[in-house]
Write a protein that binds this ligand. Sequence first.
Ligand code: FAD
Length: 414
Amino acid sequence: MMRHIIIGGSIAGISAAMEIRRSDAGALITMVSKEKPGAYYRPMIPYLIEKDGIDITFTDDPAKKYGIENIFEMATGIDAEAKEVALSSGDKLGYDRLLIAAGSGPVIPAIPGLDGDGVFALRTREDALGIKAAAKGKGDAVILGGGFVGTKAAIALRHLGLGVTIIEQQGQILPGRLDARGSAIVADAMRAAGIEIITGDLISEVIRDGGAVVSVRLSSGRTVKAGLVIVAAGSRPNVGVLRNSGIKTGRGVLINEMLQTNFPDIYAAGDVVEHADLITGMPAVSALWGNAEEMGRLAGKNMAGGNIKYAGFLSVMNATDILGIPVVSVGLIEPEGGGYEVVVQDGIDRYRKFVFRGDTLVGTVLVGDVANAGVYTNVIKNRVPLGRLKAEAMKEGLKYVDFVGSAPVQNLMG
Ligand SMILES: Cc1cc2nc3c(=O)[nH]c(=O)nc-3n(C[C@H](O)[C@H](O)[C@H](O)COP(=O)(O)OP(=O)(O)OC[C@H]3O[C@@H](n4cnc5c(N)ncnc54)[C@H](O)[C@@H]3O)c2cc1C
């Protein structure tokens, strides 16, 4: 009987466990996870801040449905030679196959005064509930970082009635996730909702009075009132458990196309992984739910004896809604250097940008009108040459039916 251990009980870990169970009814599957009581939809945690009584846990309890043994502890180390995982309780668990699905954690910059009450990251359900409790009675909040997590936190706190200011060190919000024009449309909507956005500035100090946060000072010298600070400065892979294990890491765990680490019986999936981006070929971490699900699923298949190759992920692949504006960004959205054709359509209620290399779509930004975004995403991900469909892509939108009768349709669905 195969013994599988999975470190991390979120989407990558659960997807892997499901696939292992589908392939092997008798396998022992043990999930070591420090978040109790189990898996939930992490991207939905901002809603816990502003809404009461919403349930974001996975609908069918995966542990029950797929026969997974849960151990709610921290995995503290891996002995890849002895094939053992050490737990915070001091116990050791032997495995035949191990999956590292430990995800990522918030980056907390070293800023005087940041450490202490009134400062929160937004990574876990507990964080969100902590923010909700701390927001009661507070007038103002400052958000450190204008990425997706920062913008979502800002909107949730604004909906609770707080005055909210985002401080983003780069020149725009959602840097790397949206191009300048797409970002400006979103920023306008956020400002219209009463959220202040300061770009090109940094928090240099958190000012406290008797321990309580009262304001933040910026590098420019400006001071912004705040009873609460949310740190949304990005995430980094949770690789602490790999210390001294011999498992190779860069920024995250390095994997081959079978999702194996340098130890063939140890796999990795999800936010914890570093891998070449499909479009740029550069090492990247994904930090995206859909990518974590896909990596987990394929790793699980391979752990149970499958032989499926992973093509890799797009590190830019966002589909979200910001204050009612649908926003999609995929692939290479701000190409540098020659060899690209960029087509922009900027209208009253929609902004669309297409980046081509020859007749291959390598990136898109869709704001306001995201019709057929799934097709664009698949075309980019599978690097499908569009041929005569290139013109169609820029008109009313590519549809799957456009590909019927043309050779690339198979690649597209693959
Ligand atoms: C506020 C927010 C909004 C987001 N919105 C979106 C979105 O709109 N779209 C999108 O695609 N993605 C979004 N994401 C990102 C998405 O949630 C992640 O990409 C996804 O959760 C990664 O899944 P994972 O299984 O790899 O890791 P994680 O979800 O990070 O889970 C890893 C788990 O492993 C546990 N763990 C870590 N180390 C250990 C250890 N040593 N022992 C035991 N357990 C351990 C962690 O506590 C955690 O429970 C958002 C994230 C946040 C925080």
